[in-house]
Design a protein around this ligand. Structure first.
Ligand code: HEM
Length: 366
């Protein structure tokens, strides 16, 4: 007797599906995804930002692992290993460009996600912990940028790191200890590269992935927030989209768009590298940090040497720390029950956002 091959394939597939379903709660996951809905309104565009940040994080992990194969975290070889990646390793230049441009795009996406969640008041009950875990993710993303910047060991990366650590040192009490521990001494040396490398490839990824797991679990638990004007609509006027498959496939379309931008930037403007760092040379004139640190850098430059009895830079750092702390406290201040408080939070957000944009442009042009 000859058995029907199509039938045989089907029964193999059926037994395989049954094997997996008995062990993995696929049906539960399917039900959960089916229940999730996304409010559809004129600000829905902002709901894509967290997903874009997550997709770019995926790109960073893949390209970061590939870079680790060739990068040497050694003071005499770091710069040469990047030159080799750029010119001798097949597609090394592309992987490095994707990682460097990806870092910038990811930080931009996280910043947009932060401010859109802020202005949509998504920090209010019950999403306070989603917000706080998000703030920690922002800090970690910036720490990724700061530690990664030193690794190519070129002139700009060396002096930008030096300026950054000198500023961190000014923080009262903890500043000098933190700067000393990060440097591994009083000056930037092999110990600094080793520390920055371990922080960049092990400590920060572990922290980020653990926090992101919590962040996404909370998003899943509370569903997507609804802005005030949507909440006020009568039930029949409120429109929703199913997360799966409608929003999910739109998410993927947006990711493809973002990936196109990333590949266009990486291939049309490949990431370069400057001359090797010389710790004994004078800092190049007009040296500036990356764009995401430009605003605080420019702000500190404008403060006079002393403000009353306090040293100018210290005063500036305290002022900026207070503004950052206000973002931590905002869910406790604006709980949605008082219009006046809600307005204060919005105005504060607008002022901070405009200050960040204004000081960044000023810093870039000066
Ligand atoms: C690596 C960085 C981050 C990733 C990958 C990420 C990912 C996500 C994703 C996928 C969502 C659901 C879709 C959406 O609303 O966009 C979400 C929601 C949310 N995220 Fe993030 N996030 C990150 C950082 C942040 C930051 C910096 C904040 C703010 C401080 C934040 C606050 C929130 C809040 C409050 C929600 C709930 C939004 C709502 O319910 O409308 N996240 N995040």
């Amino acid at each position: 007797m000859v058995s029907d091959p199509t039938h045989r394939h089907q029964s193999v597939l059926q037994s395989l599906t049954q094997y997996v379903e008995e062990r993995v709660p696929l049906e539960e996951i399917r039900k959960l995804a089916g229940k999730k809905k996304v409010p559809a309104h004129q600000h829905s565009l902002w709901y894509y930002m967290g997903g874009i940040a997550g997709m770019l994080l995926g790109v960073q992990i893949i390209t970061g692992i590939l870079l680790e194969v060739y990068y040497v975290p050694e003071i005499n070889s770091a710069h040469a290993s990047i030159l080799k990646l750029n010119s001798q390793i097949n597609f090394g230049w592309l992987v490095r460009s994707l990682h460097s441009w990806g870092a910038n795009l990811m930080i931009a996406a996280v910043l947009v996600h932060l401010f859109s969640a802020y202005f949509m008041k998504a920090y209010r009950k019950p999403r306070e912990f989603t917000w706080w875990s998000g703030l920690a993710l922002m800090a970690i993303s910036l720490a990724f940028g700061f530690t990664g910047y030193l690794l190519p060991w070129d002139e700009v990366s060396f002096f930008a790191t030096k300026i950054g650590l000198d500023i961190a040192e000014k923080m009262p009490l903890v500043g000098p200890v933190i700067a000393y521990m990060l440097r591994g001494g009083d000056s930037i040396s092999q110990a600094t590269i080793s520390r920055f490398f371990v922080i960049h490839i092990a400590l920060l990824p572990a922290l980020l992935l653990a926090l992101l797991g919590g962040h996404l679990m909370l998003v899943q638990a509370h569903g997507i927030s609804e802005p005030d004007d949507f909440k006020k609509l009568p039930a029949e006027k409120k429109k929703y989209e199913k997360f799966f498959p409608t929003f999910f496939f739109k998410d993927i379309l947006v990711w493809i768009l973002a990936l196109n931008i990333l590949f266009a930037l990486s291939t049309l403007c490949p990431w370069g590298i400057g001359p090797e760092a010389d710790p004994f040379a004078a800092a190049p004139i007009g040296i500036k940090p990356e764009w995401y640190f430009l605003a605080p850098f420019q702000f500190l430059k404008l403060i006079p040497p002393a403000v009353g009895p306090i040293e100018g830079e210290l005063f500036g750092i305290l002022l900026m720390s207070l503004a950052a702390f206000a973002f931590v406290l905002v869910p406790l201040f604006d709980k949605g029950s008082s219009n006046a408080r809600s307005r204060v939070a919005t105005v504060f957000g607008v002022v901070v956002l405009l200050a960040l944009i204004g000081f960044s442009i000023w810093g870039a042009l000066s």
